[in-house]
Design a protein around this ligand. Structure first.
Ligand SMILES: Nc1ncnc2c1ncn2[C@@H]1O[C@H](COP(=O)(O)OP(=O)(O)OP(=O)(O)O)[C@@H](O)[C@H]1O
Ligand SMILES: [Mg+2]
Length: 508
């Protein structure tokens, strides 16, 4: 008989409904035909389904098997259609009734022995199920934690196709999966590299604290071995916690990218991604045949660390312009375009010149002036212009490096950052942004009032330093974050004076 079972296609971060239809007959026995733009992985599901059903004691009959995946013009990719096709076949075989599967969604990959394997995009699938009013969602057990994050849809964790068949027949019913509260969260933060072990570099640590608090982009420049990479790697230890809606946004991206750690439903810690400069443009920005999120989307709501910034190909860096401005990345496909979220803090590091020592007072730089200029030009003005904080990271003096004293631990820095972030969340409660760095010029006007001495200080800075309008706004945004770290509502001269220190040395 004709059977109809519902599943989904994950397109970007969203889902589209796919109807799986199966029937027997109309051709030579033993044939198994799938139509509806299946890719290779879907084609191969025939073998997985045949063997999975056989090893579960459910032999497919001999007549020709027809499978249609509708709508016909939507590309079906990946192995997640194994389960809905197998279930539809069970209906066609009269093993289970059509009523038992109507109103439910099925996703999952089958192993030869009939067990269910991890599948990607389950969080997006559950959100879709809720929006479309599906009552039940059947997923592999390893995906259940992820699926159950959204209330309002009954999630069934399936171990094997035979277990599911018994459930659908009403022989041995499976209870809906229940959400469990597990919290290893604080431990995870505590295990990050701690700032207490970094000697000196108070100036750099302060800049990192401001960047983390207000979501500002940061560029560190300094000679080799001065600790730039070390400093960047401690950033996760001071990042503020994510709100639940941020956690869901990030988890959705990791789920679609198939990077959600097994047995873990949520990404609770802010991401910290450090792609190498030899990474391809597609892995950084996202893309591919079936577009997948790239590193910039995997850093969403967290940090994208680009070490040795000038070594990244210029074309790759130019791709950062849109996400740095809008917090999203648009990826072109044959017929349409897709967008992925990409709101991250960019942390970049560089040497001041090819040999690395032009900013070091004690070591001779061996580069020619033209080499230095060429090196500086590797990063375009528009990219530099999107970085709020520019700092020098000098070598640490010997006395500081060899001292036993520990510096301030990350925990207490994180507490300050969290307080400043809480202030921002409250400030922007009715606006579509979360951090000071995202403020538009109107929002700056509204949220960054300054008194007359501060205004006077800014006026003379703009005139003497020939600051652009963008630089002026950048200073106010930074001033706002510095004031938030101090817990004061009015931006004062001291805050603006500190913000002025973080201007780029060139390019303004
Ligand atoms: N302030 C510091 N406190 C403690 N150790 C430090 C400090 N700075 C540097 N180090 C030590 O020096 C090593 C090199 O530092 P790091 O790799 O961060 O330098 P870098 O600035 O990234 O250099 P490069 O420009 O060559 O990439 C670190 O692994 C660490 O052992
Ligand atoms: Mg380094």
């Amino acid at each position: 008989m004709l059977a109809k079972v519902k599943s989904v296609a994950v397109v970007g971060l969203e889902c589209e409904e796919v109807e799986v239809e199966t029937d027997f007959g109309g051709g030579r026995g033993g044939l198994f035909v799938i139509v509806g733009l299946p890719d290779k992985a879907v084609e191969e599901s025939k073998e997985r389904i045949r063997l999975a059903l056989r090893s579960s004691g459910l032999n497919i009959p001999r007549p020709k098997i027809n499978v249609n995946l509708a709508p016909a013009d939507l590309q079906k990719a990946g192995p997640s259609y194994d389960l809905p096709i197998a279930v539809a076949l069970l209906v066609s075989m009269d093993e289970v009734s059509q009523e038992s599967v109507t109103g439910s969604l099925f996703v999952g990959e089958l192993a030869f022995d009939g067990a269910l394997r991890h599948t990607n995009g389950v969080l997006s699938t559950t959100i879709f199920a809720k929006q479309k009013g599906y009552k039940k969602l059947f997923v592999p057990r390893v995906n259940a934690k992820e699926a159950v994050l959204i209330d309002g849809v009954e999630v069934y964790a399936i171990d094997s196709i035979s277990q599911l068949a018994a459930h659908l027949k009403g022989k041995q019913t499976i209870a809906p999966f229940i959400k469990s509260d597990d919290d290893e969260f604080t431990e995870e933060i505590e295990s990050q590299a701690d700032m207490a072990h970094i000697k000196g570099q108070e100036h750099a640590k302060r800049a990192i604290e401001i960047a983390a608090a207000g979501g500002h982009n940061l560029l560190m420049s300094g000679p080799p071995g001065s600790g730039k990479t070390l400093l960047a790697r401690t950033i996760p230890s001071i990042l503020p916690t994510m709100a639940m809606d941020e956690i869901l946004e990030v988890t959705k991206i990791y789920s679609v990218a198939n990077l959600l750690p097994k047995e873990q439903g949520l990404i609770k810690l802010r991401p910290f991604r450090a792609p190498h400069h030899t990474s391809s443009s597609a892995s950084l920005v996202g893309g591919g045949n079936i577009p997948r999120p790239g590193e910039i989307s995997l850093s969403h709501r967290g940090v994208l660390f680009l070490d040795e910034f000038p070594e990244f190909p210029r074309t790759v860096l130019e791709n950062l312009r849109q996400p740095l401005e809008d917090g999203i990345i648009t990826i072109g496909r044959a017929k349409t375009t897709l967008t992925f979220p990409a709101r991250f803090i960019l942390v970049a590091s560089q040497n001041p010149c090819p040999c690395g020592y032009s900013s070091d007072p004690d070591r001779e730089c061996t580069c020619s002036p033209s080499q230095i200029i060429k090196y500086a030009q590797k990063i375009s003005g528009p990219i530099l212009d999107r970085i709020d904080i520019h700092i020098e990271v000098p070598r640490v003096e010997f006395e500081k490096l060899t001292g036993d004293q520990l510096a301030e631990p990350s925990k207490s820095i994180r507490d300050r950052v969290q307080k400043a972030r809480d202030i921002q969340v409250e400030r922007f409660a009715s606006e579509p942004i979360i951090t000071n760095s995202e403020m538009s010029s109107e929002q700056i006007k509204k949220h960054c009032p300054i008194d007359s001495p501060t205004s006077e200080l800014l006026r003379s800075a703009v005139i003497q330093l020939h600051l652009s309008a963008r630089a002026y706004h950048r200073i106010l945004k930074l001033g706002r974050t510095i004031a938030d770290l101090e817990g004061v509502t009015q931006i004062q001269s001291a805050h603006v004076a500190e913000a002025l220190q973080y201007r780029p040395k060139i390019g303004e």
